[in-house]
Design a protein around this ligand. Structure first.
Ligand code: ATR
Length: 273
């Protein structure tokens, strides 16, 4: 029996998730099918209920439906509750279980694929929107030494820091407030790379050996990564590894099998180069 999964978004044609999950299913010998489904902007709930009625077992959710998927879930993982957004749904009887694998995917890419342990590291997270919120809890559970959230609008960074204060003390402010500090890992979770805009980061924020990570992928060298390289960041990475690892985490949730990601990631990278 072939189980049915899908990714829901709008737009969705560009999604690499069907390709990634097909590769995972092939290498782990799982009998499953995974499709891309376009949902109307006001039709997400209906699309999900039609999918469940047709026997769908699970779904990924992407822009702009992650908050709606959160509201639709009848049970949430701790990390999804923290994120305020859901990117993975599992349908079990009447229950809609909502999870968020974005942060775990980011942490796994940084620690496993890039070989950069987070314990004891000073982390700077740029941005205070949904993408940023989605990864904070897993970053904090990595026992980093300190987390600083910097955002164009300082108030939004401060609100986020307060929302996670029970997990760890988090510093927050605008980009200028990071001046005089240096960080081992700097992560760009703003959408500035989408529009090709540079961030006004003060000089000297990259510690020796620092990793610069842009959650964006497929855009070549973003202005953020260019600035990081010019400022002496030792390593630069885009978000392709995060994409593959968040998918692997969702696959593990649904199938109980963790797919190997290295070969697929290398293949995708070659395709994008
Ligand atoms: P997402 O879901 O991608 O996080 P979002 O919730 O709209 O999208 O958040 C976008 C983030 O990118 C915000 O942190 C935003 O900063 P503001 O809170 O000040 O709006 C940030 N951002 C977008 N364009 C930016 C730019 N050109 N320079 C700096 N920050 C930018």
């Amino acid at each position: 029996m072939t189980d049915l999964y899908a990714v829901f978004g709008n737009p969705i044609a560009h999604s690499k998730s069907p390709l990634i999950h097909a590769a995972f299913a092939a290498t782990t010998a799982q009998a499953m099918r995974y499709e891309a489904r376009l949902a109307a902007v006001d039709g997400f709930k209906q699309a999900i209920s039609d999918f469940v009625a047709a026997g769908g077992k699970g779904a990924n959710v992407t822009v702009p439906f992650k908050e709606e998927a959160f509201c639709l879930s009848t049970r949430l993982s701790e990390r999804a509750a923290r994120a305020g957004a859901v990117n993975t749904l599992a349908f079990e009887g009447d229950e809609i279980f909502g999870d968020n694998t974005d942060g775990a995917g980011l942490v796994r890419d940084i620690t496993v694929n890039l070989g950069c342990a987070l314990a004891g590291k000073r982390i700077l997270l740029l941005g205070a929107g949904g993408a940023s919120r989605g990864v904070i809890a897993p970053l904090l559970t990595g026992q980093s030494a300190a987390l600083f959230i910097a955002n164009r609008t300082a108030e939004k960074a401060q609100l986020l820091a307060e929302a996670f204060a029970d997990m760890a003390p988090v510093d927050a402010g605008n980009f200028a407030k990071t001046a005089g500090n240096c960080f081992d890992v700097v992560i760009n979770a703003t959408s500035a790379s989408l529009s090709g805009e540079a961030l006004p980061l003060p000089p000297g924020i990259f510690a020796p050996g620092a990793l610069a990570y842009d959650m964006m992928y497929g855009k070549g060298e973003t202005p953020f990564l260019q600035l990081a390289r010019e400022q002496g960041a030792a390593r630069c990475a885009d978000g392709l590894g995060m994409l593959v690892e968040q998918a692997a985490e969702a696959f593990f949730l649904w199938r109980g099998v963790r797919p190997i990601t290295g070969a697929l990631l290398a293949e995708l990278r070659t395709g994008l180069a």
